[in-house]
Design a protein around this ligand. Structure first.
Ligand code: HEM
Length: 90
């Protein structure tokens, strides 16, 4: 995958398996939507379903925690970035 064989991490790409930041879906969802430092944002590339699927995979399958991120959760997280009258740091 994007972060090395078996998601163990490689160089500047952090491990996504056994990563304590991935105990809940919220953080990973934000990173995938908006990017983080050297990681590109996927907001314009992935659908709500694709974001939910990849985040649930990271949290549930790679890290062994409960994850039930829905397409509604992802849509709600996108909303502030789509408004023109609120502060947009990106
Ligand atoms: C769907 C594919 C991807 C997913 C699900 C994903 C997920 C993540 C997550 C959850 C983090 C945060 C890890 C942490 O803070 O411990 C992260 C960080 C990172 N990702 Fe990705 N990633 C993806 C694709 C990519 C791609 C394509 C690149 C490079 C072109 C990339 C480069 C990075 C880098 C460099 C970081 C570290 C950012 C920093 O803290 O400076 N990722 N990724």
């Amino acid at each position: 995958m994007a972060h090395g064989t078996g998601a163990q991490g490689a160089g500047r790409y952090p491990a996504l398996a056994g990563n304590p930041r991935l105990a809940t879906p919220q953080y990973a969802m934000t990173v995938v939507l908006n990017g983080l430092h050297g990681m590109p944002p996927f907001r314009g590339v992935l659908s709500d379903q694709q974001v939910a699927d990849v985040v649930n995979y990271l949290v549930r399958d790679l890290n062994g925690h409960d994850a039930t991120l829905t397409t509604e959760d992802v849509a709600a997280a996108r909303l502030p970035l789509n408004t023109t009258d609120s502060y947009n740091p990106l």
